[in-house]
Design a protein around this ligand. Structure first.
Ligand code: PMP
Ligand code: GLN
Length: 381
């Protein structure tokens, strides 16, 4: 058995969702909306299913979706992208990450990653025989330690992996931070793998793709997800924008992993990406209201709530609640006593000595559900 995979524990999202179900708890752990995505997209996918769009589509994605991804890059970021050679459609951002890492890495290559981090990054890097070089951001603002970042780059650095807006922190990297990152990537002749699945979920702060910075167009692979942009997480449709030379190699990895992604869902997502700007503004405004509702509620029951400028998630400091135990024990106890579930932030670290006083709450839920969660915490904490 592969030594990395056989030792890999079941993901914290599945573990906590199962615990929530066992206790009939409100699940503010795993990040998925509890409402359906846009009805017109669902209808378009159903129509495509009925219309006989059910055989293998082209390997890199249906032309309509590749064209829509290129148009979205132009509309939102002023990026000129060739849909024929610079877009690859994947089965979710998860596959996009795996395919991109496969395309970039040889055994022994190093990848600079920023902690806390999404749970697929490090095991995937290691499974490819490559070496993660973690750099820790510092709460509460998750500031970028510039000296440590610089020290993490070296002669074996092949890539940096950047997630902005960031899960679990809710951080949106600033233009100054992006400029520092771009400088290091260029100086070390490296690539940047940019996980931007929350690109349309920002609350005031502007999301700037690293790819738009000077010198970065030819070095970045930019990943988006229909799951997040259209509240359809189960569809698993992702897309990569990258220069043709990189995209061509990613296509080879995609060929080995899944080969294609369901064509009916792709056609509906193409329609989604062409939605007017009001749709994207309303999605962010709705999520911002939920962030505020949950953040205020958590503060009201005794947590310190950290700043959040984007994503589905808000992080809370459990120390003011007086709980005697770490973040994992807290999440278990809160599920059992209050019937509300969250994710311990220590699960987003790959090395020893992670902070153990922070928990992540997902606010991508109906407002009555968030209010009920706060009421349960008020009664049970
Ligand atoms: N990256 C990040 C930061 C995520 O939070 C997620 C999960 N929501 C993914 C990637 C995976 O996205 P998908 O469901 O499209 O595979
Ligand atoms: N990305 C979501 C989260 O961070 C869930 C993904 C998953 O369950 N694998 O909660």
């Amino acid at each position: 058995l592969n030594s990395q995979l056989s030792g890999l524990p079941t993901t914290i999202f599945t573990v906590m969702s199962a615990l929530a179900a066992r206790h009939d708890a409100i699940n503010l752990g795993q990040g998925f909306p509890d409402t359906e995505g846009p009805a017109d997209l669902i209808e378009a996918a159903a129509a495509a299913l009925r219309d006989g769009r059910n055989q293998y589509p082209p390997l890199t994605g249906v032309p309509e979706l590749r064209a829509a991804v290129a148009r979205a890059n132009a509309r939102f970021y002023d990026l000129a992208i060739d849909p024929a050679t610079e877009v690859i459609v994947t089965s979710g951002a998860t596959e996009a990450l795996a395919a991109s890492l496969m395309a970039l890495l040889d055994p022994g290559d190093e990848v600079v990653v920023l902690e806390p981090l999404y749970d697929t990054y490090v095991p995937m890097i290691r499974a490819l025989g490559a070496i993660p070089r973690p750099v820790r951001l510092t709460p509460p603002h998750w500031s970028l330690p510039r000296a440590a970042l610089e020290a993490a780059f070296g002669p074996r650095t092949k890539a940096l992996l950047l997630n902005s807006p960031m899960n679990p922190t809710g951080k949106v990297f600033t233009p100054d931070e992006l400029a520092v990152i771009a400088g290091l990537v260029a100086r070390h002749d490296a690539y940047a793998l940019c996980d931007e699945v929350y690109e349309h979920l920002t609350f005031g702060a502007r999301h700037v793709p690293l790819m738009t910075l000077p010198g970065m167009r030819g070095r970045c692979l930019r990943i988006g997800s229909a799951g997040k942009s259209f509240s359809l997480t189960g569809w698993k449709v992702g897309y990569i924008t990258a220069p043709a030379a990189l995209a061509g190699c990613v296509a080879k990895a995609h060929q080995l992993l899944t080969f294609t992604t369901p064509p009916n869902l792709q056609r509906a997502v193409a329609m989604g990406l062409d939605k007017d700007t009001d749709y994207f503004a309303a999605l962010a405004a709705d999520m911002r209201g939920k962030r505020d509702l949950l953040s205020d509620g958590l503060r009201g029951v005794g947590f310190d709530v950290l700043p959040c400028d984007g994503s589905y998630f808000v992080v809370a400091d459990i120390r003011p609640t007086g709980f005697a135990g770490d973040d994992a024990a807290f999440c278990r106890a809160m599920t059992e006593r209050c019937r509300v579930t969250a994710i311990p932030v220590s699960a987003f670290y790959s090395t020893e000595g992670a902070p153990d006083h922070l928990v992540r709450f997902a606010f991508c839920k109906r407002e009555d559900v968030l209010a009920e969660a706060v009421a349960r915490l008020r009664a049970g904490l």
